[in-house]
Write a protein that binds this ligand. Structure first.
Ligand SMILES: [Zn+2]
Length: 278
């Protein structure tokens, strides 16, 4: 999930990836907003510094060893994503300093904002925290990209890094990473919920109720988006897809990168999924 600043308000852009399962949710009424969490953890939390990341954990929320291990994991994740992005030096310099991670039982859903990532403590504890997804939102911010690409790309990156380099995949919606995402997508397209969100992948925009209806709307949207990004990567290669993250005209650059008009590209992708379903 990423929070998008619009006209002075922070809107929920991508939430669903990080929503907790109902059984693991913190008790209602204990969740805090980002400013309160930041203040509380900076004042009372446990701080861990690494060369690329500064982490604050709610006191006593996790065993010391787990905090230490997660700090190393997050720090390495930043380096792995940066290496895959081949970030030019000037962009690296422009991104000022460490990324901050806040981990607390008072955080309901994982999200990123500016240079900060907020993660529910239970997700860190159970190795289901979307730290690679959120870190991708920060390192490859894409102001001109449609939601399907921003979210599909962050999820694709999370799976790619964990499958090929290191770390883990939070696997909130796509349960089998990039290797299994096409089968998951084909499965969703066989259901009314999958077909209902398909236009938002094909034409852009944000499905209504994506926050409230995380299982019926968020799950198929994220899985379809990740599958489509995987298809784009198969045609254009990783470097060109990384380049799309700082595009000026998304559809024009998508066409250049893949050699296909976006409509044809998406038709081909759907044909791939139909073959997957048989
Ligand atoms: Zn996201």
């Amino acid at each position: 999930m990423r929070l998008y600043p619009v006209a002075g308000q922070m809107l929920f852009g991508c939430l669903i990836v990080l929503l907790p399962l109902p059984s693991k949710e913190a008790p209602q009424g204990t969740w805090m907003n980002d400013r309160e969490i930041t203040q509380e953890l900076r004042a009372e939390g446990m701080r861990y510094d690494r060369d690329n990341a500064t982490l604050y954990f709610e006191k006593n929320a996790l065993p010391t060893e787990q905090m230490d291990t997660f700090a190393d994991l997050v720090n390495q994740g930043i380096k792995d994503i940066e290496a895959l992005l081949k970030l030019p030096l000037e962009r690296k310099r422009a991104q000022s300093g460490n990324i901050f991670y806040f981990v607390s039982s008072k955080i309901d859903i994982g999200r990123s904002r500016g240079r900060s990532v907020f993660l529910p403590a239970w997700r860190v504890q159970s190795k289901a925290a979307p730290y690679l997804h959120e870190t991708t939102h920060i390192l490859a911010q894409c102001s001109e990209c449609p939601m399907w690409f921003s979210e599909g790309y962050a999820s694709w990156m999370q799976s790619y890094i964990s499958e090929n380099i290191g770390g883990y995949d939070a696997a909130v919606f796509a349960k089998h990473g990039n290797r299994g995402v096409d089968a998951d997508a084909a499965h969703w397209l066989a259901s009314p919920n999958g077909r209902a969100v398909l236009p938002f992948v094909l034409e852009g925009g944000e499905p209504p109720d994506i926050v409230a209806e995380r299982h019926a709307v968020g799950a198929p949207f994220y899985v379809l988006a990740q599958s489509l990004v995987k298809h784009v990567v198969s045609l254009a290669g990783i470097d060109k897809v990384n380049g799309l993250a700082h595009c000026q005209d998304f559809n024009a650059e998508l066409a250049t990168a893949t050699g296909k008009a976006p409509e044809d590209l998406k038709k081909d992708w759907l044909a791939t999924l139909r073959r997957e379903a048989h």
